[in-house]
Design a protein around this ligand. Structure first.
Ligand code: NAD
Ligand code: 6OD
Length: 478
């Protein structure tokens, strides 16, 4: 797969490039072009031109048809998308087949569907001389696209998370410039091919590859021609982007990091809670922003829960690698730090030796820790690997206090069979998403996002359409 920029309807790969490394075995997959400031300028200019041209004149029905054509195009090249995602990320093939690619198709279909039934003019009111001014007025609201939207996406769910923003941005009539993660450029390039084949107007969707700081990401997010930024990634990167965007007061939607808690009450279905925590801590080797890294367990079931979770973690196989050597080293440094901080390692704690080609890849063991104080860095900082720390609690209030004592607030899971407790506890957990007796069960229309350092704004369904369009009030005096 050859990574290419896609600017104003033209594929190009001029300028410098860097190697793309396969995380599964460390081999070189190819090279990726690094967008210079000129390439980024060209992409923003192409997007602006599209908005002044045919793309800017499209109606909702035409855009819905375009989104469906993109969904069909991904479906037609399903296996190529799976191959590209597996090669870039090293994830199990089944995950790409059942999650990444179907969800990308679902993102385009869902926003095409949502365009129907959404009035472009909404909420009409008659104001009988009620405020400043005289006479009666008819007010109505028109929704306008924001303009050029920069989308910056991470490596952990490359296609899923970029299409999660591209689809609603295009649905609302914006022009998009996507900069995917430098670690995972391939499905974005394939998507550009599909969009090109689907016949969207030149410049409606543009793709530039490259790094973040002092590179394509920074050039794009600080560009005066960018009207909005939708970003997914680390909280520290979000802060850097905010500073960069501040000069132009560019609006942002941020989906950021987390240190997600799970609360397991003694009245929970223990089998389900153990199963669920194995999934929530170790799916995609912990490289999903929603993964659980802190587990708080009611003291009467604490010992049994820890033993069972440890056994299950030790028995996991077929798990994928960390995305890069640098990320593997970061995760292993937290495993060492945990020991230095006094943790008991119940399972894992190092790098596996497979005795095959995977040993040159970037794998780490699924790891379960106990015994750390809440002040330990391993308990407070996002590791973004297959690791969780398990600690006991004695009361519901204590469980909530422990869960909420974090700078982050993305997602949480509550395990209980007591309906009253579920309703009592869920609204008090300070996270944007609370799952009860499940994890990562997603309806694309629900609000998705974090509180505190985990994000700004909500996306999903109407929430995305609200971010990617601007309500404009028209007031006509009667
Ligand atoms: P990252 O912040 O390092 O990079 C994300 C993107 O930002 C990449 O495309 C990168 O090139 C770009 N970037 C980096 N520095 C930049 C800068 N100064 N200006 C502009 N762009 C810049 O994140 P990552 O390592 O790719 O992803 C893992 C992180 O993402 C974790 O913290 C995880 O929790 C978070 N995440 C959050 C969500 C969510 O929905 N809340 C979803 C997925 C991942
Ligand atoms: O499922 C989604 O819509 C979504 N945004 C998931 C994010 C996962 C983070 O890694």
């Amino acid at each position: 797969m050859k990574a290419e920029h896609y600017v104003g309807g033209v594929f190009r790969s001029d300028g410098p490039s860097f190697p793309l490394i396969a995380p599964v075995d460390g081999s070189e997959l190819g090279t990726v072009p690094e967008a210079t400031r000129e390439v980024v300028d060209d992409a923003v200019t192409a997007a602006q031109r599209a908005l002044r041209g045919p793309w800017g004149a499209t109606g909702a029905e035409e855009r819905a048809a375009a989104l469906r054509a993109v969904a069909d195009g991904i479906q037609a090249r399903f296996d190529e998308f799976v191959d590209a995602e597996v090669a870039d990320t090293g994830r199990p093939r089944d995950f790409a087949r059942t999650v990444d690619v179907p969800r990308a198709i679902g993102n385009f279909r869902a926003y095409a569907d949502l365009l129907y039934g959404r009035p472009e003019r909404a909420y009409t009111t008659q104001v009988p001389g009620w405020s400043a001014g005289t006479g009666q007025a008819l007010n109505y609201t028109v929704r306008r696209p924001l303009g050029v939207v920069a989308i910056i996406s991470p490596w952990n769910l490359p296609l899923l998370l970029s299409t999660w923003k591209i689809a609603p941005a295009l649905a609302c009539g914006n022009a998009v410039v996507l900069k995917p993660s430098e670690e995972t450029p391939s499905t974005a390039t394939l998507l550009a091919r599909v969009i090109d084949d689907a016949g969207l107007s030149d410049g409606a969707f543009n793709l530039v590859h490259g790094h973040g700081p002092a590179a394509a990401g920074e050039f794009l997010t600080g560009h005066p021609g960018v009207d909005a930024i939708a970003f997914t990634g680390e909280s520290a990167t979000g802060a850097a982007i905010m500073r960069n965007a501040a000069d132009h007061v560019t609006p942002v939607s941020f989906e950021l990091g987390g240190k997600n808690p799970a609360l397991v009450f003694a009245d929970a279905d223990l089998d389900a809670a153990v199963d669920g925590t194995v999934r929530s801590s170790f799916t995609h080797s912990g490289q999903i922003c929603l993964c659980t890294e802190r587990v708080y367990v009611d003291r009467p079931i604490f010992d049994e829960f820890v033993v069972r979770l440890g056994e299950r973690a030790s028995a996991l196989d077929g798990y994928g690698p960390m995305i890069s050597a640098a990320h593997r080293d970061k995760v292993l440094s937290y495993y060492r730090l945990a020991r230095d901080e006094g943790a008991t390692v119940v399972a894992g704690g190092g790098a596996p030796a497979f005795g095959d080609e995977r040993d040159t890849g970037f794998h780490v063991e699924p790891t379960v820790l106990t015994g750390l104080p809440e002040t330990a860095r391993t308990v407070r900082e996002e590791v973004f690997g297959p690791v969780c720390h398990v600690a006991p609690f004695d009361t519901e209030d204590e469980a909530l206090a422990l869960a909420n004592d974090s700078p982050y607030g993305l997602a949480s899971t509550v395990w209980t069979r007591d309906l009253s407790r579920a309703h009592r506890v869920a609204p008090r957990v300070e996270t944007g998403i609370v799952w009860v007796n499940c994890w990562n069960l997603r309806d694309l229309r629900t609000p998705f996002g974090g509180v505190k350092a985990s994000g700004i704004g909500r996306e999903g369904g109407e929430y995305s359409l609200d971010f990617f369009s601007e309500p404009v009030n028209v007031c006509i005096q009667i």
